[in-house]
Design a protein around this ligand. Sequence first.
Ligand SMILES: [Ca+2]
Ligand SMILES: [Ca+2]
Ligand SMILES: [Ca+2]
Ligand SMILES: [Ca+2]
Length: 461
Amino acid sequence: MATGTKYYSTVTAVDAAGLRSSPVSSNGITVDSTPPVPVEKLNFGPNLVNNPSFEQALGVADWNVSGTAEAVAASGFATKDGQKYLHLHGSISQTVPTQPGHKYQLTFHARHVEKLSLPLQSQEGKVSAPGLHKTFKLYQRFGTFDGSGSSDEVAQNWHQHIYYFTATGSESDITFRSVGRAGMALDQVSVRLVNVSTQRESDGESASGLVHVHTSTAADWHVVQASWNLEDLESPIVKYEWAIGTVKGGTQLQGFTSVGRSTSGRNENLHLQHGSSVHVTVVATNAAELRTVVYSVPAVVDLTPPVISNIQDGVEPDDVDYQSTETFAASWEVSDKESGVSWCEWGQGLSPGSTEISHFQSTDSFSSSSKNLTGLIYHGQTVYTTVRCHNQAGLESQAVTDGATLVTSPPDSTAAALRVASPSQTPFPAEDRYQSAAEQLRFFWEGFSDEAGIDHYEVLY
Ligand SMILES: [Ca+2]
Ligand SMILES: [Ca+2]
Ligand SMILES: [Ca+2]
Ligand SMILES: [Ca+2]
């Protein structure tokens, strides 16, 4: 029997008198002799579908329509790809060139049609290709549909579907059919030849890095999250089991646990050692009970936040304390030797650590950022910048500058007075405007003011 081929058995009962019953057929069994394959190991050919995103007018060269099919121009998330999607009421099909016996991946995006008069719960569509006849649900988030259709909701309502089929001839027909009165929306269709990478790599190494692991800290507990992506081109994957260990393939932290068909796992009840390594192993089992084992690369457990140092106002080599421009900058150094820096954000306030002038926003880079605060701060005010950096493990730390004062106008001298006095060499003061000492002058002044504070005085003779 050939892998990927569906076999049907027919049984006829014959009694002692030689009378035959009417035949009874099984609903077919697919022979699958290959285990699931990590998606990273699949190579996909070019899209064989013409006008796959319905951006051009439907023509004889591409889609064959039965019923009504209208390419609707829309913007934003109402379309999945490009400027148009298809509103289908009936069926459309296209014949694509294929090689007999080869496997193809069919993907498309579908969503329900917003029509308030129709119940949304039971909208369905159908897709067919050689050996493939499927009914799929048009995804709907219950309770959030209010007809206004905020773009986020519409975006979530587009649902990608992925199927595999084996071509039986040099051409394959792909057909989509709407079910019921509402029709369906369709966009971004593709049919691609699939090849499983046959590169022979040294066993074990080849399967590493096919599970993506993330560790983080929640209160006193540590969280390990893992995700993976495997496919089986012939039979469905029926379950995934995952384990967490301190060595490759290990189960020291969690034994093999089934997550059903989910392609991710999360364990929040772990106590991890800072700097230790976490390894995740996933076993995928298909309907023919064939298994594939994939591993993560080790994830380093990081229980310490990033370290921020040398924070200062401005991007000069030295810290800025007064400035006349309304563009404020800060520079700093940040590192995390275990998990690495993920991102930094910064904000400005009138006291250290506050952000009432400008709330936290992502920085221009991991070492500096600048922002124009025109209209937000005034002459004499001191701006304190807070920088907060996050590491890959979700831990954060922050640092604050010692402030920079905006000085846009000179000190005020309207109330200032200057007086020259003789050095008091005798207890009897000399008369005003006269003095006896020939080598000395004494000045007194007062009344200069500046909101920014006066840094120093300069005296001109
Ligand atoms: Ca298989
Ligand atoms: Ca489109
Ligand atoms: Ca760290
Ligand atoms: Ca400063």
